[in-house]
Write a protein that binds this ligand. Structure first.
Ligand SMILES: COc1ccc(OC)c(-c2cc(C(C)=O)n3cccnc23)c1
Length: 121
């Protein structure tokens, strides 16, 4: 049998893994863990043209689809903005998305990233 050699993870993949875990911790109700379906959110797929969720981001990291931190943070922002767009302002989902976006962007600031990178140097 041919053993597939496990490539060691690139620094970018290790950083994105770390950031995804930190962002997921800020979604305790797991509203953003899986794709939103039309069953739980009527008309969702006609209103939200580019759906995004943490499980899809995880898959894209594992498939090395992100070539930069900017692409990763773009999908994170898209995920939050979808929820802000679809859900009325007085819903738990709209409020959770705004809070997650603010907290998430704090993690993606240069200072915070430097602190994340330090242990790797
Ligand atoms: C109440 O438990 C869950 C469980 C999973 C969810 O999405 C994966 C959601 C959910 C997540 C969302 C979002 C993120 O817009 N949503 C919108 C309307 C109705 N439900 C949801 C809620």
């Amino acid at each position: 049998c041919v053993l597939k050699l496990k490539q060691s993870k690139s620094p970018l993949i290790k950083l994105l893994d770390h950031l995804l875990r930190a962002l997921e911790k800020r979604d305790p109700h797991q509203f953003f863990a899986w794709p939103v379906t039309d069953d739980i959110a009527p008309g969702y797929s006609s209103i939200i043209t580019k759906p995004m969720d943490f499980s899809t981001i995880r898959q894209k990291i594992d498939d090395s689809e992100y070539l930069s931190l900017m692409e990763f943070s773009g999908d994170f922002k898209l995920m939050c903005e979808n929820a802000i767009k679809y859900n009325h302002v007085d819903t738990v989902y709209h409020k959770a998305a705004k809070k997650l976006l603010i907290n998430g962007m704090k993690l993606l600031t240069p200072d915070s990233l430097l602190r994340s990178l330090k242990p790797m140097s």
